[in-house]
Design a protein around this ligand. Sequence first.
Ligand SMILES: [Zn+2]
Ligand SMILES: [Zn+2]
Length: 129
Amino acid sequence: MERNTVQRQEIIEVLKTNYIHPTIKELCELVSNKNIGQATVYRTVKSLVNDDVIRRIECPDGIHYDYRKDHYHFYCLKCNKITDVFLDKNIIDNMLSALASNLKDVRHINLVFEGICDSCKGKSSYGIK
Ligand SMILES: [Zn+2]
Ligand SMILES: [Zn+2]
């Protein structure tokens, strides 16, 4: 935990201020002006995930990262845009209660809705005018 504290803080800060759910490559670009090498970004992100400080989002186009954990995601299959989805706690409790009794120790819920976002839908269903 003591190691690379400055880099950890920088990466957390970048994730806090950029709500774009960056991939590791995008994260490297975002911190490129902060003098953090690519290998350090990879290593730091891995340890932040292990320590449950940041969240991995598994999408069809790869892994994205998010600092906030109180929500889920909608992934647009056309433009790859990720939108935050906030679910009522009751919905989550319902899902968890549906699990068998030997599967109750849930640590993370990696829930991604995959579909077409509104702006892509507009384009495809009405065509070019
Ligand atoms: Zn879209
Ligand atoms: Zn998010």
